[in-house]
Ligand binder design. Sequence first.
Ligand code: PGA
Length: 245
Amino acid sequence: MTKNIKLYVEKDYDALSKRAALIFAKQVNAAPLAAFGFATGGTPVGMYEELKKMRARNEIYLDQITAFNLDEYYPIENTNTQSYAYFMAENLFDEVNLPKEKRNIPNGDSSNPTAECVAYDEKINRCGGIEMQILGLGTNGHIGFNEPAEFFSGATVHVELAESTIQSNARFFDDEKDVPRHAITMGIRTILMAKRILLLVSGEAKADILRDALIGPITPNVPASALQLHRDVIVIADEAAAKHL
Ligand code: PGA
């Protein structure tokens, strides 16, 4: 593995979540007014639980950061309980008192998604860029909703979801037919512009793709392999996910 990637292998999901929260808290406490990038999905939920406990113990202050989420379904209203706006409010933001005006999530209800993408990147830039971006890893190698493709994406972009992502995310919906078919996601270039990246990966089902992402060829067929080009990546995996590393 290249030197720009620092790997922590933790015993299980619980240990992974605690480690991730500690690393993230240290970064926030060092730059409490900066912008930070958040992710949804099952993987970061344990880390968010830890951050809420740390906030209750006054070990971290998230009140003054600016948050930027990686992605949002399209089309979706932010009051929809399946939206990532709702997910973040429920799983972290409400409980750590992050003011609503500091929560940036692509607007899945925009009538002009292209303009929404441009405005999103501009806002990240105006805030001085992202200090640390949290990422999960899709079983197909996606980061954000950057699905395997012929080319790496650049800026924030309106995309069509891969069939494998729709199937994987169907577990959060009553019916697979209800999963939105599109999304707005930070592009690969937007993600790589974050100063530090914190990638969380749990479970044996991700072991093959984690190996491909970190030590396989850099290819848009495995979007996460672009992380090999970033100069400061921290990967926290549990033993099951790290078994091929
Ligand atoms: P998961 O999703 O954390 O629910 O496994 C990760 C992702 O798709 O990015």
